[in-house]
Ligand binder design. Structure first.
Ligand code: ADP
Length: 472
């Protein structure tokens, strides 16, 4: 958890301070260069000026005249004191004639700038080692020959001092800002991480099996969305858990009831002596019908399990729905007649869809079966087949007992029956519509119901003509 905070802090420092350091460096170098260049220009022009005035004073014509030299020195001294640089005059043998610092007089100083000046290439350069700028200019006689040179040396100490002063101040402000911003980042990250921590603690509890836990939602930000998603997930898991429990208990119940009947029936014969063969027959018939019931529950369950495996188990091919429905009607016709019901199939055109014939037939068969089963005598069941460019529509309408509004939502649930006692009499397993629903969904279709109690029901199945599979 803490690592996010440190990552944020580190990221902040990296994206803020690394560029800032480069930026400062560039600024400081630019400032320093600017000062140095400015100083160099001034120094060069002073060197030129001094060289000009020395040349004019014919100083080199009377070098033996000591008083001239002193005069010159005084003049140079004044200038140097005023502008803060050292001035030297050298002859063309690089012997120092004048030096405002009085250090090198009569000494030979071989300085590159002086050599260049004697070759008429006035020079100025920054000497990092000496922390100074050297500027030179040649002193020419009337014939235009270089008789000597002026060398100006200006210390850069003041510029360096100024730059380091600015540097120090910038560093101080930057450090201060860094500390303040760092504290703010820690607070901001706290604000970002706290909701995450609370979501995480709830999710941890959920993953430990406490599915009643819920994330508290504040605001409408991404955390709220995440919290909401966790809550929805927990609710779904809870529902799944509940459905699974219900399913297992329903399965047990569905199997237990016929088994208990079989047990009671068989025990009662076993406990009786001298039983008449007719009684045996009657009991065995009852046992047989209970076993039939068990078989049909198990068969339906197996069918649902197969459907739960998904599309993998589907054997899709082109199937004529007219033929498929025709066969279902034909098979149920005797039952309808027996119940005195009209069972009709209406269609206007041939409709072929891509589907798993066996599974789809069983899905439609369940609907027609139910319509016949839940419609009293003299009623009617009409199956209609229609299609547009994309879908086929099969509707099964009956004039039966209908389904109450509140039950309509649940009849597709496994083992759900509106009237438990009556349905058990009719031999239903409560799995038929669940099978139909799963099959239709697997074919990327849908199923709708319109029903009114005591008036009848219409189940309408929509199924795409072309099977879309996973791409849908
Ligand atoms: P069952 O095997 O009990 O028929 P189904 O899943 O096929 O199970 O149907 C679930 C319940 O829906 C039925 O028990 C019945 O109460 C109700 N039902 C289904 N079809 C109809 C219908 N056409 N008319 C009235 N009720 C129906």
């Amino acid at each position: 958890m803490h690592s996010i905070r440190w990552k944020l802090l580190l990221t902040y420092l990296l994206i803020t301070y690394v560029p800032l350091i480069f930026f400062f460096n560039t600024i400081m170098t630019t400032i320093q260069n600017h000062f140095e260049e400015d100083r160099a220009k001034k120094l060069q022009s002073s060197a030129n000026m001094i060289a000009g005035s020395v040349a004019k004073s014919k100083y080199f014509d009377n070098l033996a005249d000591e008083s001239r030299r002193t005069l010159q020195n005084t003049d140079l001294g004044l200038r140097s004191a005023q502008d803060g640089y050292r001035v030297m005059i050298l002859d063309n043998y690089c012997t120092v004639l004048n030096d405002t610092n009085n250090e090198d007089v009569n000494k030979t100083r071989i300085v590159p700038e002086v050599i260049k000046a004697l070759q008429f290439k006035n020079a100025v350069s920054v000497r990092d080692d000496a922390r100074a700028i050297y500027a030179s200019a040649s002193i020419d006689n009337d014939a235009g020959e270089a008789v000597g040179a002026v060398l100006l040396i200006s210390s850069l100490q003041d510029i360096y001092g100024l730059v380091s002063d600015i540097n120090q101040k910038l560093l101080m402000y930057t450090t201060l800002t860094a500390v303040i911003m760092g504290v703010l980042v820690v607070f901001a990250s706290q604000m970002l991480i706290d909701p995450l921590t609370s979501i995480l603690s709830v999710v941890t509890k959920m993953s430990d099996g406490n599915l009643d836990e819920r994330v508290e939602l504040f605001g409408h930000d991404e955390y709220a969305v995440l919290g909401q998603a966790c809550n929805v997930m927990a609710a779904k898991l809870q529902q799944m858990d509940k459905t699974r429990h219900e399913f297992v208990s329903n399965v047990s119940h569905e199997l237990k009831t016929p088994l208990a009947s079989v047990k009671v029936l068989s025990e009662s014969i076993l406990l009786q002596n001298d039983v008449q063969p007719e009684v045996y027959r009657e009991f065995l018939q009852d046992i047989n019908s209970e076993v039939d019931r068990l078989v049909s529950v198990v068969n339906d369950l197996l069918q649902l399990v197969k459907l739960d495996q998904g599309e993998m188990g589907l054997q899709v091919r082109s199937v004529s729905l007219n033929r498929l429905i025709g066969e279902i009607i034909f098979r149920l016709q005797p039952l309808a007649r027996q119940k005195d019901l009209t069972l009709k199939f209406d269609y206007t055109r041939e409709v072929t869809v891509e589907c798993d014939e066996v599974k789809f037939a069983s899905a439609i068969s369940n609907l027609v079966d139910n319509a016949v089963k839940y419609t009293p005598a003299k009623g009617a069941v009409v199956v209609t087949l229609e299609a547009d460019h994309q879908n086929a529509f099969i509707s099964v309408a009956d004039t039966g007992i209908g389904i109450a509004e509140e039950d309509q939502r649940r009849i597709f649930d496994r083992f759900y029956r509106v009237d438990k006692t009556r349905d058990r009499e009719t031999g239903g397993t409560g799995l038929g519509l669940a099978i139909t629903y799963s099959t239709v969904r697997m074919h990327r279709g849908s199923i709708k119901i319109a029903s009114k109690e005591n008036e009848g029901s219409i189940f309408t199945v929509r199924v795409p003509i072309h099977f879309k599979g996973d791409e849908a």
